[in-house]
Design a protein around this ligand. Structure first.
Ligand code: AR6
Length: 329
């Protein structure tokens, strides 16, 4: 299942479970913990009182009461003491233990805040990376389909500092064609499918010629490339940050027209070169353009040979651009 990154208030999400960044007493506090208790109502605290607290890195589950989610998973992140006393391992186990608990309760969607990144002082950029790594490792280790949403409360302005971000910005500044950016919506980046772009032939072709001329569809090209790269389907859709359902839809319909972020995600999963990416996109009726900031960001990663979809999404998110991948709707 894909990992999604959202900005907003976790208490409003109608997922199976939301995770609370609690303290060892589990009796409420400030930050996201306070927001969750306020939104859930006093019955949540009553149930928490019966749990006997929780150790750092561990997780416990309650019902969601007035929240739109079914469950709240309470986990206790480490307090940041400079990073040398096992903070990373403990933070990582908050995510793993919460996801394990979610799986035991058959949750298919779980939302996390950035645990420890508030009152507990964990540097946000590092907390974010630990979160993504732990979630990704867990999802890779299970057959279970769980959608995981990482919810950021504040603007992601903590991204700007690292060198990757600076390099992406430099590339973007050098290549972004402001003048052309009349409309940044994805639909605006669609172009007519390749066959329609051809000039009309002088005379009508014979049926045989016309059929020979029919281009490989997006699905056909995708499946051929998966074979050529010696990949399995799950390898491909996991690396593309797509859910299995959406991948099955694409696989099952040779005329399937994916959304542009889906097509791009598959190009990344297949580690296509820039020309190959353009060709695959064209099969779905899209182009990569320099009037789209997200296209330029993806192009940067492809040219650098960096095909980690979460890293690309982190960059897209930090520039407020739509993320790659997706799920069946
Ligand atoms: N939705 C999503 N994220 C939120 C929300 C919200 N409604 N509110 C805050 N955040 P923190 P911690 C973000 O301090 O660092 C409590 O008092 C927030 O911006 O809530 O693990 C507990 O009782 C930050 O990025 O949790 C503990 O004593 C992230 O959630 C202590 O704080 C976590 O910040 C736990 O500290």
């Amino acid at each position: 299942m894909p990992i999604e990154i959202l900005r907003g208030d976790i208490t409003r999400l109608a997922v199976d479970a939301i995770v609370d960044a609690a303290n060892p007493s589990l009796l409420g506090g400030g930050g996201v913990d306070g927001a969750i208790h306020r939104a859930a109502g006093p019955e949540l605290l009553a149930e928490c009182r019966m749990l006997g607290g929780c150790r750092t890195g561990q997780a416990k589950l309650t019902r969601g009461y007035k929240l739109p989610c079914r469950y709240v998973i309470h986990t206790v992140g480490p307090v940041w003491h400079g990073g040398l006393v096992g903070e990373r391992r403990l933070l990582s186990s908050c995510y793993t233990n919460s996801l394990r608990l979610a799986a035991q309760h058959s949750c298919s969607s779980v939302a996390f805040p950035l645990i420890s990144a508030g009152a507990y002082g964990y540097p946000k950029d590092q907390a974010f990376r630990v979160a993504l790594d732990a979630i990704r490792d867990f999802l890779a280790s299970t057959e279970r389909e769980i959608l995981v949403i990482l919810v950021l409360w504040e603007r992601a302005d903590f991204f700007g500092a690292d060198s990757l971000h600076k390099n992406v910005r430099r590339y973007l500044d050098a290549h972004y064609d402001d003048a052309l950016d009349g409309n940044r919506s994805i639909a605006a980046q669609e172009i007519a499918p390749m066959p329609q772009m051809r000039a009309m032939p002088a005379a009508m072709p014979s049926l045989e010629d016309a059929l020979r001329d029919v281009e490989e569809s997006f699905t056909q090209m995708l499946l051929r490339m998966i074979d050529e790269k010696g990949m399995t389907d799950p390898e491909c859709y996991k690396r593309a940050n797509l859910d299995r359902k959406l991948f099955s839809k694409i696989r099952g319909d040779i005329h399937y027209k994916p959304r542009k972020p889906t097509a791009l995600a598959l190009a990344i999963a297949l580690r296509l070169t820039l020309p190959e990416t353009k060709e695959l996109l064209a099969r779905a009726g899209y182009a990569l353009t320099h009037s789209s900031r997200s296209d330029i960001i993806v192009e940067y990663f492809i040219l650098q040979g960096k095909y980690d979809i979460l890293e690309i999404n982190e960059a897209l998110f930090s520039f407020d651009e739509p993320l790659l991948g997706g799920r069946a709707v």
